[in-house]
Design a protein around this ligand. Structure first.
Ligand SMILES: [Zn+2]
Length: 119
């Protein structure tokens, strides 16, 4: 990973030199509506996380990647649960249609269901 030697922050049209990196603070650039060009402002949080300990807890690339992975995992689980729910509904519909097709009443079906040991 290449690290720029002299990071600059807060550069804009009226202050092209900007500010030098504060070695105690996170290296992430923060963009504001009032920072129109060049570079954002240096993150104001204390560094100590991530590669070379140059990031704050929030901007630690590892933490960000983990958060993203957690989010994707949760999404995949939701997705799986949803798929299973649809699958079950499709099955129930088919089973219901079948029972109706062979003329089984709801009462008869319930009687069978109640007689069948679960698990
Ligand atoms: Zn930060």
């Amino acid at each position: 990973m290449s690290v720029p030697k002299n990071r600059r922050y807060g550069c804009w049209g009226g202050n092209r030199a900007g500010l030098a990196e504060d070695k105690d603070r996170c290296v992430e650039s923060i963009w504001h509506n009032h920072s129109p060009g060049g570079y954002g402002d240096q993150c104001s949080r204390k560094r100590g996380y991530g590669p070379n300990g140059e990031f704050c807890k929030q901007h630690d690339p590892g933490a960000i990647a983990k958060k993203k992975a957690d989010c994707e995992r949760r999404w995949a689980l939701d997705r799986k649960a949803e798929d299973e729910r649809w699958e079950r509904q499709a099955y129930d519909r088919l089973a219901g249609n079948y029972c109706r097709g062979i003329g089984m009443s709801k009462e008869q079906l319930e009687a069978i269901t109640l007689d069948t040991p679960t698990a």
